[in-house]
Design a protein around this ligand. Structure first.
Ligand code: COA
Length: 256
């Protein structure tokens, strides 16, 4: 198993996956996306696993896509690692719960739209900084965020790209509840244990039925977003923003 994804079984039937690159605020590079997806696939076919909980190490959920991967504009012809991971999450057949502390940026926020349940500590900080980085929404958020948050709030969060706290995340439908600081994982594990004790067949059927109407629509939105995102990511504004981040300065203003 990858050193950046820790796999544990803290309660019967509950698989805990911890994103562990704390020195990068748990940024998701290609290897970490792959390892997280592989861990999901392993949980999907393991009859002993009823529920999966995903969290981050060191007091943060994830700072999103590793920006050094975004700087790489070489054409590999391969689908993006983030998109491949989200495809595996969207198709995951068992309940999956997020436990968020600290930062949840970019895909760290949009992936919450694909979890069944999510809990965040009171100190959590969310952000969808796509436009400030010269990018556009990804992860199905252009479709799903308006659906769960309402159009005005979704546009505010996606167009301005400003940081927001857990109360706004709850209002936007990204999380179920705000837990006391440092207790999001305890809240998620408590809910996971309750889910794991229920009928496996009924749970699987419920998840399948709740996804039936929207899964294809979500995959289509993700593919549309990916095409535009990919083009913007390679463009001069986004590349300047990535370089500015690593040089610790504000992104240059857009020339247009
Ligand atoms: N990709 C690559 N490295 C990242 C990263 C990312 N997404 N997020 C953080 N890091 C690195 C930083 O470069 C820093 O490395 P260094 O110690 O070698 O300088 C280290 O992780 C710690 O981050 P730092 O910025 O010092 O922490 P902070 O608490 O001041 O801020 C964030 C945390 C998440 C708010 C800030 O790091 C950030 O905005 N990161 C970028 C998030 C982003 O834009 N994600 C992609 C969205 S599409």
């Amino acid at each position: 198993m990858s050193p950046t994804i820790l796999v544990e079984t803290p309660r019967p039937g509950v698989r805990l996956l911890t994103i562990s690159r704390p020195e990068r605020k748990n940024a998701l590079d290609r290897a970490t996306y792959r390892a997280l997806g592989d861990a999901l696939d392993a949980a999907a076919i393991d009859d002993g696993v009823r529920v999966v909980v995903v969290t981050g190490a060191g007091g943060d959920f994830t700072s999103g896509n590793d920006l050094s991967d975004f700087r790489d504009i070489a054409e590999t012809g391969e689908p993006s690692a983030g998109l491949t991971f989200l495809g595996r999450l969207v198709g995951f057949p068992k309940p999956v719960i997020a436990a968020v502390e600290g930062v949840a940026v970019g895909i760290g926020t949009t992936m919450l739209l694909h979890f069944d349940l999510a809990y965040a500590g009171a100190g959590a900080k969310f952000r969808l900084p796509f436009v400030p980085l010269g990018l556009c929404p990804e992860g199905g958020s252009s479709l799903l965020l308006a659906r769960v948050a309402g159009s005005k709030l979704a546009r505010e969060l996606l167009m301005l790209g400003e940081p927001f706290g857990p109360e706004t995340a709850r209002e936007a439908g990204l999380i179920n509840a705000v837990a006391a600081p440092g207790t999001a994982l305890a809240a998620a594990l408590e809910r996971a244990e309750a889910l794991a004790g229920l009928s496996h067949a009924a749970m699987a059927a419920t998840k399948r039925l709740m996804g039936t109407a929207s899964t294809e629509e979500v995959r289509a939105a993700m593919a549309r977003e990916a095409e535009t995102f990919h083009a913007l990511r390679r463009g001069p504004e986004a590349q300047a923003a990535f370089t500015a981040f690593f040089q610790r300065r504000a992104a240059p203003p857009s020339p247009s």
